[in-house]
Design a protein around this ligand. Sequence first.
Ligand code: TXA
Ligand code: MG
Length: 340
Amino acid sequence: KTKIFKIENLEKDRVMIEEAANIIKSGGTVVFPTETVYGLGGNALDEEGARKIYKAKGRPSDNPLIVHISDPHELYKIAAFVSENSKKLMDAFWPGPLTIIFKKTKEVPYATTGNLETVAVRMPSNEIARKLIEMSGVPIAAPSANISGRPSITSAEYIEDEFTKRVDAIIIHSDSEIGLESTVIDMTSEKPIILRPGKIGKKDIEKVLGFEIEEDSSLKDKNTPPKSPGMKYTHYSPNAELVVVKGSETEIVSKIKKEIELAKNGKIGVICLEKYLGYYDGLGISLGENHIEAAKNFFKILRKVDDIGLSKVYIHFLEGDSVADAIMNRLIKAAGNHII
Ligand code: TXA
Ligand code: MG
């Protein structure tokens, strides 16, 4: 019953996007590509639409959805107040992977915002996503398209399995360009505050605003509860046990080699950048050559780990830039804080 639209070319396959847009317009759910991760969309202004999303995802309904728009003008229908600083961020980063929290208007139902007075908004750069929103004629509420608790989906190969029969339609295109969910920033408090790290980092934002901003303290201290409702849930978990390995490059390699030696049973794997594969005698799985590639491959690899049937996986800690920090934020949650 789920319609599958495989898009190759935006112009040629326009009719498929139109059909998907009609499904959204008439209250249905559509999985669609964005530059960050695939999204599970419905009409953001329709309570019933929002409810269907939570149901398809198996998500607790106090976890608010991100509302996607195709043009900055559409913001004024859903945001009650847009500050000068917010405008600066929109000019600099939209379309793109930055989600901004505003005070909501009455148009946005509480079902979409998880009962909050605020609404999260993003204008994606992916052209299929924008065309879908534009043709629907409504903003599209969309969480990441994964069953709640599972790794986000960034590649076409996992979508049909996970969502056939759960949604009305699926638009399949290529792998997500960025591979990590958007940075989320709250612009409703006196000081802007980053609630979820992403490719756009704190420094990138500070450069545009011209002053220092804050990061939700739960990102630094795991005992502080996060401000963003969604950040408190278990996330991204594969079935395999994940262990994050910290230290200098040589410390990481020697710790993992020792663990492999001591291991008695089970299938072990090591996830690391390409350049370290040589240390692990065929047990290594490459994240790519650099952090940008690692971000792009990360969620796909978390799913691969279960496809291969690994029982325990060691992963090199990455650091040095906002992309590495954003990957580690997801990884540490996926590993349930297991760090050695
Ligand atoms: O890249 C992305 O943002 C993807 C694509 C599909 O656009 N979407 C995505 O949505 O990651 P989701 O639902 O998986 O994550 C939304 C995050 C959650 O952590 C949620 O708690 C937070 O944004 N959020 C949404 N509305 C909020 C609000 N009003 N106040 C605070 N946090 C909010
Ligand atoms: Mg998600």
